[in-house]
Design a protein around this ligand. Structure first.
Ligand SMILES: Cc1cc2nc3c(=O)[nH]c(=O)nc-3n(C[C@H](O)[C@H](O)[C@H](O)COP(=O)(O)OP(=O)(O)OC[C@H]3O[C@@H](n4cnc5c(N)ncnc54)[C@H](O)[C@@H]3O)c2cc1C
Length: 323
């Protein structure tokens, strides 16, 4: 299982922002408005902490209540108006020492940037399921685009509870004979129209309130053991593949591959100008493990990081505010 790497021919962005939540989008609005060629990469449309927030009424200037996703869409439109490019793609690796710096997405694309802002939030899973590591690459996968075709006309399980998981599951459902969509909680955190569309797919069965006990097999995956939290009943589903797209509360930093200084808890260390230990690499928002996790704070950090990028790229002596 795997993908080959394709290059974006010779295009170099001034800044690549990883994440399109309030931190990344605000950063993109500022860098694009300052005239820097700006690219934002994100995993799925309604992905990230703000995008899954059902109701927000404490964002200044937006009396609301509005859904977090509606607020985010307005922010993104504003950034696009100034020329920021938004591209869907889960970042899985980076080369921060090269010049320009390189960013790789799970579908095999390579993007190049003179600077990087990491704004990928803190929704990574901390714990693994029993059998997950054992069967990784032998039925367990974290990438629909890469691996769905291996499960043509076979039953699979997809574990997740948000828009990102649904987008992946819809792609997988084009190949698999049956997709069991396993949701640990009682709700899917995605826009209602997305859920409605997903429910209509004939080969998809949604199992709400089902906890994964174990992924089982011999050489390859043969099935998955679940507990129905509604009835207490244990179930075994015969599947050949298990795709996992669940989130948690850990910073999303795997793609940095230890290239920047971090604390023990995977929190990126930044200076007063939001720059990491690698010159030209900045970070903003929940990914920094800040105590106050609020959209307005993430947006403010995105602004600071963007102005620091402006200083870095233009060689100015100090940060200059935008008027
Ligand atoms: C349930 C809930 C309710 C909340 N309610 C409020 C509220 O009422 N008011 C308030 O102010 N705050 C609220 N918050 C907090 C607020 O949503 C967060 O502090 C804020 O969204 C953080 O912004 P961020 O940009 O750092 O990260 P996020 O909003 O989490 O965005 C992260 C971005 O990174 C992308 N990403 C992640 N990994 C990758 C990768 N590998 N490759 C590419 N892209 C990636 C995601 O797709 C997403 O675009 C709430 C949070 C939650 C979870």
């Amino acid at each position: 299982m795997g993908v080959s790497l394709m290059q974006q021919p010779d295009k170099v962005y001034d800044v690549i922002i990883i994440g399109a939540g309030p931190a990344g989008t605000t950063a993109g609005l500022y860098t694009a408005r300052a005239g820097w060629k700006t690219l934002l990469l994100y995993r799925a449309e309604a992905d990230g902490a703000l995008a899954i927030t059902q109701k927000i009424e404490n964002y200044p200037g937006v009396p609301g209540p509005v859904s977090g996703y509606e607020l985010l869409k307005t922010m993104r439109e504003q950034a696009k108006k100034f020329g920021a490019e938004f591209v869907r793609g889960k970042v899985i690796a980076t080369d921060l020492k090269s010049d320009p710096k390189k960013v790789y997405t799970i579908d095999g694309r390579e993007f190049r940037g003179k600077t990087i802002i990491v704004a990928s939030g803190a929704m990574e899973r901390a714990n693994k399921f029993k059998g997950e590591e054992e069967f990784l690459g032998r039925g367990v996968s974290y990438c629909g685009v890469c691996d769905a075709a291996f499960f043509k006309d076979q039953p699979v399980a997809v574990i997740g509870d948000d828009d990102y998981a649904i987008e992946e599951a819809e792609f997988i459902a084009r190949f698999a004979s049956k997709v069991y969509f396993i949701v640990p909680g009682s709700k899917i955190k995605a826009p209602p129209e997305v859920i409605e569309h997903f429910k209509k797919l004939p080969n998809v069965e949604i199992l709400l309130r089902h906890r994964v006990i174990e992924i089982v097999g011999d050489q390859v995956v043969k099935g998955i053991r679940l507990k129905d939290l509604e009835t207490g009943e244990e179930k075994f589903l015969e599947v050949n593949g298990v795709f996992i797209f669940l989130g948690g509360t850990k910073p999303s930093v795997d793609f940095l591959m230890g290239q920047v200084e971090m604390t023990d808890g995977d929190c990126i260390v930044v200076n007063e100008e939001m720059m990491t230990s690698v010159p030209g690499v900045f970070a903003a928002g929940d990914v920094l493990c800040n105590e106050v996790k609020q959209a307005v704070v993430a947006a403010a950090m995105g602004c600071k990081a963007a102005l620091a990028v402006d200083k870095f790229l233009s060689g100015k002596e100090k940060i200059v505010p935008q008027w």
